[in-house]
Write a protein that binds this ligand. Structure first.
Ligand code: T4K
Length: 420
């Protein structure tokens, strides 16, 4: 069948059924944003001339101050990544025993607890917000519970007031994994200043990156001091070790990238917002495809384009759509499949957990993240959405063909594993 350009008009135009891929190169969910390359290289040169590469150098100190100012907190402790920042915040916050968190999160949130022998107790989510459901938190509290670890999933704030009220009433500590939420606000206040402490990630795939990096932000001076020592292997000063610590220090090269990213942060958000509006418009009314909305009166970084596919309405399962998109070089991703509670270390110790996590189980089967960021343009988005709409329009047929493992024409067979 003749290929009529990138637009898909017939099923045989889809790459999975023998057509040409819509994009010559792969489009990613999280291609790193790069700000002013010249400024970055100047900073790297400055670092090389200074011969000071780590151990709380001047770039790290400057980045800490700038992040603290941006989110309006007193203290920012920069770290080598978000996972270690979580581990340190949990330890510096004095959490022990059991801690309640959503299962719908990156596995780091759970591991940061389990790594230090604290039991992660998985809570279900609100299906509309995708965030931890405060109504379900209370029933999970036991005499061993010491804290709640909320996650501002996709940069959309948790129900902070309800969680604060529950934590206060039960004498629990409240921390937030704000890995997705730099630059976001809740009731006009920047994420970063809520709870005992919050944690950011500056991983390469985040809209704001420091190659790898993270930070603990807090208004609690004592917690900040403990965290600062813990990330520095427990050292108070050269001869005195006060805590069992780890090496969680951020390098100067990472801080140079972080400072450079910070100078372009508004531009990154503007691009993400443009992309978000583009996806919304192009997917409007597509049956069974719900794009997660952001509250536009609040600040958001718009870094994730989160699509929910309702198989009953779309007549195609998320995994089949994913397979079709990947063949087109649209590297959409399932996040956070299959849910933390289903990851081996947790499933083996608590095989019954899924019974109480019905909304999480439902969501991990439906969520699909689409490419965005500065590497994606408006035309790309229109084409991605045209393909999604086309697949949904022919949902029943696509499903049937993928399940049969055959395609029209003799030249191509799809994998037997149609569910990816
Ligand atoms: N809490 C939450 C809620 C989190 O989401 C995360 C991290 C953390 C805590 C822990 O923070 P860190 O310790 O990571 O700082 C990514 C990131 O690796 C991870 O940082 C992030 N969350 C998670 C949501 O996403 P994946 O599984 O999507 O794959 P990854 O990192 O291989 O790449 C994502 C996409 O970006 C790919 O499509 C390829 C592309 N890519 C990636 C890298 C690293 C590039 O184009 N260039 C690159 O350099 O994990």
């Amino acid at each position: 069948m003749e290929n009529r350009g990138n637009i898909k008009r017939e099923l045989s135009d889809l790459a999975i059924f023998g057509g040409s891929p819509a994009f010559p190169e792969e489009l990613y969910v999280g291609r790193p944003n790069i700000g002013n390359r010249q400024r970055l290289l100047e900073r790297i040169n400055e670092m090389l001339d200074r011969k000071w590469f780590t151990n709380q150098g001047p770039f790290v100190q400057e980045l800490e101050q700038r992040i603290a100012d941006l989110v309006g907190v007193e203290h920012c402790v920069a770290t080598c990544n978000g996972t270690v920042a979580l581990e340190i915040a949990i330890r510096a916050g004095g959490l022990t025993g059991e801690v309640i968190l959503p299962s719908m999160t990156f596995i780091s949130t759970a591991h940061a607890l389990q790594w230090q022998q604290i039991t992660p107790v998985f809570c279900d989510i609100d299906p509309v917000t995708h965030n931890i459901d405060p109504k379900r938190v209370e029933e999970l509290i036991t005499p061993k519970t010491t804290g709640i670890l909320g996650v501002h999933l996709w940069g959309r704030p948790c129900e902070i007031e309800s969680l604060t009220e529950i934590a206060n009433r039960h004498g629990l500590k409240l921390l937030f994994d704000a890995a997705h939420a730099l630059g976001c606000s809740h009731n006009g206040r920047m994420i970063g200043g809520f709870g005992l402490a919050e944690v950011f990630s500056f991983h390469a795939a985040k809209f704001f990156n420091a190659f790898e990096g993270g930070a603990i932000v807090t208004n609690d001076g004592e917690l900040a001091l403990r965290a600062r020592m813990m990330k520095n292997i427990g050292f108070l000063n050269r001869d005195r070790v006060l805590y069992v610590g780890t090496n969680g220090k951020m390098t100067e090269a990472s801080a140079a990238m972080g400072l450079t990213s910070l100078e372009s942060i508004e531009q990154f958000v503007a691009i993400n917002y443009r992309n978000y509006r583009g996806y919304r418009k192009a997917l409007e009314g597509a049956p069974g495809a719900r794009l997660l909305a952001h509250t536009e009166s609040e600040k958001s970084n718009y870094q994730y384009i989160v699509l929910e596919i309702d198989e009953a309405a779309a007549e195609v399962h998320r995994d089949k759509l994913l397979k079709v998109l990947q063949a087109e070089n649209i590297m959409a991703q399932r996040y956070f499949y299959p849910g933390c509670h289903n990851a081996e270390p947790y499933r083996l110790s608590r095989p019954q957990a899924s019974a109480a996590l019905a909304e999480t189980e439902r969501l991990v089967d439906r969520v699909l993240l689409l490419p965005t960021g500065s590497a994606i343009g408006v035309d790309d988005i229109n084409l991605i959405c045209q393909i999604i709409r086309f697949v949904i329009e022919h949902g029943a047929q696509v499903t049937m063909m993928l399940e049969a493992g055959s395609v029209p024409g003799p030249q191509r067979r799809v994998s037997d594993d149609a569910r990816v």
